[in-house]
Write a protein that binds this ligand. Sequence first.
Ligand SMILES: Nc1ncnc2c1ncn2[C@@H]1O[C@H](COP(=O)(O)OP(=O)(O)OP(=O)(O)O)[C@@H](O)[C@H]1O
Ligand SMILES: [Mg+2]
Length: 282
Amino acid sequence: MIPVVASIGGSDPSGGAGIQADLKTFGALGAYGCAVLTSLTAQSTQGVTGVHPVPAEFVEDQVRTLVADITLHATKIGMLGTATVAATVGALCRQGVLPQVVLDPVMVSTAGSRLLDRDAVDQVRGMLAHVALVTPNLAEAAVLLGLDPAEQAQDLATMKEHARRLQDLGARRVLLKGGHLDGDTSSDIWGDATGVRVLAGRRVRTRHTHGTGCSLSSAIVALRPRLPDWASAVVGAKEWLTGALAHADELRVGHGPGPVHHFWRQGAAGTGSTESSHVSWA
Ligand SMILES: Nc1ncnc2c1ncn2[C@@H]1O[C@H](COP(=O)(O)OP(=O)(O)OP(=O)(O)O)[C@@H](O)[C@H]1O
Ligand SMILES: [Mg+2]
């Protein structure tokens, strides 16, 4: 079974994050990817210089046209951009138009640019109860909990506490990402109906971490349809992302923090043989 999955989010022309990273991730993990754009960004590995939102009605048009034809097995929601787009996509979640939704509540880019209107935060908070899984980083969890930036978690005990509080706000499952903490491990917190636990991973020493969050949530979406539960999809996605980080230095893309190597498992395949049984010179 080849899963058919969709990403709803913003464009990153540098190809390391956003829709572009999601489609690469889907392909790298053997899923067929669809994409609905919520905004264009002018962006490189060095930062975001502009954002051009898609009107909310047209985001809805894209979704409804897509699902009227194509049966999706799982959906990722990334950058929403504006409060109206967030309200529209939130309504689609509540109406059950989108299956198996993973919400990556993108608010601020790694380089610090704001990617979500202030008013939209309430809309995103309201979506928590209507998606299968939410994957905030430390700062996004603090914003969703209404905390000051200074109160964002800096250790695993506080991360567990924040994950539990997100569940209290209605989230069914939470993956609270700890990529921005220091240490030899890069541990995340998994929370579901059975409680919260630490998902430990090794920390890769690289500066090329552009798009790690996007790639992790889209990997979960790509894997979920072929695995028995969400926790297994999360473990498989983190395993794959750790490899993509470990191979990131092989890429030479841009002057800022570059992208991870989505196709590390495929290696240099595709550049080799020019022989073909389907095509020949006449
Ligand atoms: N250097 C690293 N080595 C290993 N894993 C990492 C590293 N940096 C981040 N991760 C992992 O990558 C995933 C994404 O975490 P992170 O906290 O960076 O998300 P994010 O802030 O949403 O990312 P982004 O900046 O792309 O939006 C998590 O599973 C985290 O543990
Ligand atoms: Mg992120």
